[in-house]
Design a binder for this molecule. Sequence first.
Ligand code: ATP
Ligand code: MG
Length: 1007
Amino acid sequence: MAEEESVKVAVRVRPFNKREKARNSTLIVEMKGATTVLNDPSGENDPKRFTFDYSYWSHDSFKEEASGYLAPAKPHYADQNMVFKDVGMGVLANAWEGYNCSLFAYGQTGSGKSWSIVGYGPNKGIVPLFCDKLFVQIGEKTAGGETASFEVEFSMLEIYNEQVRDLLNPASKRKGGLKVRQHPKLGFYADGLKTVAVSSYQDIENRMEEGTKNRTVAATNMNATSSRAHTIVGIKFTQKYQNAAGEETAKSSVINLVDLAGSERAESTGATGDRLKEGAAINQSLSSLGNVISALVDKANGKKVRVPYRDSTLTKLLKNALGGNSKTIMIAAISPADINYDETLSTLRYADRAKQIKTKVAVNEDPTEKLIRELQEENEKLKKLLESGGIPTKLDDDSDDEDEEDVKSLSKDERERIRKEMEEEMQARILASQQEMEEMKKTWEEKMKQSHESGPVVPDAGAARKEKETTPHLYNLNVDPQLTGMIVHLLKPGEHLVGSSNEESGETPCILLKGLNIQPHHAALIVEGGKVYLDRCQTSPDAKIMVNGQPLTEKEELDHNDRILFGANHLYIFADPKQAGGKKSPAMTYEEAQAEINQNSGFVVGKPDSLGGSSLDELILQDDLVEVLPAIEQANTMSEEMDKKVKFEVAIIPAKKMGIVGSETEPPQRRPPEVMVKMRNVELGLEYLWTKAKFMNRKYLMDEMYESFSDGEDINWPDERDPFTEPPDHEEMIGALHIYLESIAYKIEAKEQLDLTNIKGIEVGKLNVELWPCTQTGKVLRDEDAFVDDPETDLKGQPIAFKVKILNARGLPDRFVDIYCKFKVYTMEPYQTQVIKKAINPDFKFEQLISFNAVDKLELDYLLNGSIFVQLFGKQVPKKREGKKLNTKQIMKKEGMLKGKDIGAENVPKHTVDEGKVGYQFQVLTLKKRLERLEKKMAQMNRVVDVAEKSSKMRVKTDTIKTVLRAKNPDAIEKAIKTIPKDKGAGDNEGVNGQPQSQESAACTLL
Ligand SMILES: Nc1ncnc2c1ncn2[C@@H]1O[C@H](COP(=O)(O)OP(=O)(O)OP(=O)(O)O)[C@@H](O)[C@H]1O
Ligand SMILES: [Mg+2]
């Protein structure tokens, strides 16, 4: 009987990581009972409250035991055991009852998904604890005289880039990965996935290690971004016994433990705005999962909707877990830090939706005979269908799958194609049913034997671990800490060749590496006399080898904890237990080792934090470089190897240059410099500046392309899929500048020719602009009409208007067409000039009247200190290359781009451009004008004195002086001056018989 059950949701917050600590992050998560509160660090939004089934506080209040286990120091700390007790034990109890169970971990990269699901070292996660407990309970039951037999089977797969990889069988790597098929009885399954029988916890641990190792090897060889992979550990637990009727019965439970890829949203990964088709669907599986959850929530709320399981590999494989027969738990892993507010909020919202989903659970308990019979019947049906040769329009009676194609409207060829596909699908189903039946008939002993014969890759993980303790070895560093240390090469006495397999000679080196820049004879490790040396191979003098961030020039003895880089991305630590002498000296992390390499390539940005800290900006910059520089180097190597005619360079942009339309009204925030990437097509002379996020996304697609290339496939991909191109209509910012408004606050006109600078601060042309004070109707004010002495008092509450004129640009780079300017004033909608087709000196002849009705404090501040940020955009036209065609490497060589280093340190601006220059330019202009006005006034005042003296007046009326100083109308001034000689009260030079001067009007004495 199927019962409805809600998906259970747990939330867990981890401690600050190193990076968050270095940045002095603040804690924005609170947990009170079942409520989790997320505070907005900017204070703009109210705190957000969420309630979940379980809330786990793993942020602080723990102590590290000698074993390394993090145990509670205060009761509210949730350690691994506590999480397992709630979540893991629940899954276990369900498994015994014969329910399918699924456990997901969701959250951004580094939020603690793997920590909860798999765990680290002594802090074992749910998977190992679950497996351990399962075998303990089996042991107890058996010892207690239980007659049922128990079978546990294990599988492990990874979804990367929509392809399924069998982590227990990497050799099976076939093009496109394992096929995901659907079976009416068995649901969606990965065809050909290796499932092994396991009889102890140790078996499972070995298998997990084997799977993780295969994952690491694949990720390193393909320089894949491991946080973009989903890992699914599958455990099938079957209890076999005779039911009351004496029939052989199987109660089975399929348990899926899913460690999802990092959930960074499209905006923050820079996928939005990239027109490259795949850019948006970078993690098809994760976005489909979101859509499936939404649809399921709608369904739970009574709406009739189609659930798009078929949209991705992940949602197909998890169909049961999400909407079918499974008890499902989701763990939302979150960071505690302010810098991750947006991601954390998105994770909590996701989890909040997931808890509304209801699944229909039923115990899987059936006589084996019945199961076999059903499968047989299914096969008979399929065989008949096949013989009749007709194409079924629908293979399944599944209300969620309504996207079958309409067969009638298809062309003959398409119909034939579908017929073939269907035929293949049916054959596969028949085979799957047959295999399933055979499996059911097999005894446990047979299964175990088979698993042993298929043999794990790590024959005896335990023995290997022991050997590591006494033998010098290399172990890998990976950006994902879960994959660090997974590859170990023991260095026994003798010579060990490091390199790729050599197709010509058929020889395989001792330490086999694959991927970018790896030569067949890349390096040699020599172990003699208790020492280990690293040397170059004579046949590959160009092979890239670095030790502790320095290129290896000659044979060098290695020290404990030395960092070694082979090629573009094989990073290792050398460990020598003898040298370490039993002492634990921590080796560098991946980030630190990478920072060391960057530093030695000329990117000196403070010291790595392991060496004693540096400023916050430097730390952030360093984090970005650690991510980007190795990727740039890999991208350049790929470009060369695939001849993509593209060269990437890092560009460090001072934060102020990033002025994004819309932000100019806010005070400039203290922001670190931005790391961007310049993509240059060296053949066509095109240049594009990408954000770091966009580049990293593109890099993911480049890796995919490179993999196809390495597999010998055609890589003539259409432009809209090629990560090395930009669409021809892509707009690039040519340059930008600020027009300061201070002169307007004094109602003074400004005419300027301003430097247009590109984002790196280099001048790319001039822009002629003007600002004209006007009336609200657009009539330009003459200087005398517009009299503002002190904007604070003269402008407040008054209307003000002015014209912005963008006349033309001069001397722009000649590769641009369709040029226009865009700018934004205060909070108004952006304005745009006309688009000029092609010109190096485009005339925009643009003018726009801007008016404020009654200037308030903020607006006044904007006028006095703010600016209009103008950006010039255009599209690039490819240059025509003459002469003979060169390949990427030749072009680069010709242009001197290959000089020694792969990443040019010359790309770091030597000096930052004087940002204030344009501001001063305007200020000087305004000051000049104000000075002119003051001088004019002084001249008028001198006339007042002259006139008064001439007509022998001792005093001049304040009214007269006021008019002279403040009147906007010259006639009024003239009139006022003319009144001086006639003024009776002003007193004549002779005085009135020495009597004190009259005070009848407040008067001023002229001296
Ligand atoms: N509860 C915790 N207690 C202590 N350390 C933790 C905890 N959760 C996570 N960490 C640490 O944070 C780091 C990132 O965690 P983890 O590898 O689990 O992230 P992830 O979500 O799996 O990331 P990815 O998406 O990249 O796989 C690891 O170094 C891990 O040791
Ligand atoms: Mg992980």
